[in-house]
Every structure is written in structure tokens, then in C-alpha cells.
Design a protein around this ligand. Structure first.
Ligand code: 5GP
Length: 178
């Protein structure tokens, strides 16, 4: 195990199994709908890449990058750093997220996209930390519920590092308390 990792929560084999299961469900639900998978950068990239291999229907892929404002308002308005290119009017959108914690980012992104006239908007997330939730968000597809710990790997970073790990692990507290 890598020296900065406290515990492995999902091995690469388990991640692939999760993606197979989610892919089957999404295939059944989106047959004939030609969904747009909307990957939220940067963390969703490895998950989106693995997941889409297991979705056996026509689909398109686009990306968005949103960053939460840390401001006086606790409602957490998001700043769009990179927007989608594909027009969304009348389209079925499936937002692909790495992890949902407070739910604030996702809530804002969903509001923004529904204002643009999408036919439907659902969410698929690899990880869910329900204990951290501050706002209700409807997560249609969840890979794995995990405890309220800071995790890294498979797209998830700490100060932009560790996204390249092929597993999900809990970061040792000694790394961020240095
Ligand atoms: P939320 O708005 O739900 O609080 O934020 C979700 C975003 O926070 C995720 O897309 C991710 O970038 C970040 N995040 C939340 N929990 C973790 C975690 O345990 N590890 C890492 N690396 N990022 C996290």
C-alpha cells in the first residue's frame, strides 16, 4: 500500500465491478434516449472513462468544470470555469460526479442545466458521503456509500495530487496536517 494511504476503500477490481453494475442500469434506463454524459472536471475523468465502456447504448460526452464560491452565502453559488459545448435543450443529461459530499456543487449545476431546458437531468456518482450532506440532491445512481473520510485516487485529489491512483483510498491525516 502507498505510504500516504491509511486504508483502501475500493480496489481497482471493485471499481470496475461497480461500473459494470451502474453501466447495466444506465443502459436499461437510457436505451433510445441518446443521453449526454456530463463529466464534472477534473475528478470524474477516470470514472467516466471506465463507466462509459459498460453503457451499451448510443451516448455523447461533454464536460463542465464548476467551482464553489466560498463566500458569505452558505448556499454555495458555483462559478462555471468551463462550460459544456453541446446544446442541451430537449436532451437527457446524466451528470457524472466523482463524489458527493455537501451536495452544494451538484445542486447548483443541476439548477443551471435545468434552466437551459434539458429534457431530464439525473446523476451518477462513484462515491457518496451522505453524512456530509447540507442540501437534498437526488442521486439516481450511486457506486458506493462511504463514511465521512477524505479520500483520494481514481480522479480524486489532494492539492491536485493522487488523481492517478487506480484505487480509492483514505488519505493519512499526517499528509494534510504537515
Ligand atoms: P460538494 O459540493 O458535494 O460538497 O462537493 C463535491 C466535491 O468536493 C467533489 O466533486 C470533490 O471535488 C470534493 N470532495 C468532496 N469530498 C471529497 C473527498 O473525500 N476527497 C476529495 N479528494 N475531494 C472531495
Amino acid at each position: 500500500m502507498d505510504s500516504f494511504v491509511e486504508e483502501i476503500l475500493l480496489s481497482n477490481k471493485e471499481i470496475v465491478e461497480v461500473c459494470e453494475r451502474l453501466g447495466e442500469q444506465i443502459t436499461a434506463d437510457y436505451r433510445d434516449k441518446k443521453p449526454i454524459l456530463v463529466g464534472l472536471l477534473k475528478g470524474s475523468i477516470p470514472f467516466l472513462a471506465e463507466l462509459m465502456k459498460h453503457i451499451k447504448c448510443d451516448l455523447e460526452v461533454d464536460f463542465m468544470q464548476a467551482s464553489s464560491y466560498v463566500g458569505v452565502k452558505s448556499s454555495g453559488a458555483v462559478m462555471v470555469l468551463k462550460d459544456m459545448i453541446t446544446p442541451v435543450v430537449g436532451r437527457h443529461l446524466l451528470i457524472v460526479e466523482d463524489i458527493v459530499d455537501t451536495g452544494l456543487t451538484l445542486q447548483e449545476v443541476m439548477n443551471l442545466l435545468s434552466d437551459r431546458g434539458a429534457a431530464s437531468i439525473e446523476v451518477v456518482t462513484l462515491l457518496d458521503k451522505p453524512e456530509g450532506r447540507k442540501v437534498e440532491v437526488d442521486l439516481k445512481y450511486v457506486g458506493r456509500r462511504i463514511p465521512n473520510k477524505f479520500v483520494i485516487g481514481f480522479g480524486l485529489d489532494y492539492n491536485e495530487l493522487y488523481r492517478n491512483l487506480d484505487y480509492i483510498g483514505v488519505l493519512k491525516a499526517s499528509v494534510y496536517k504537515k
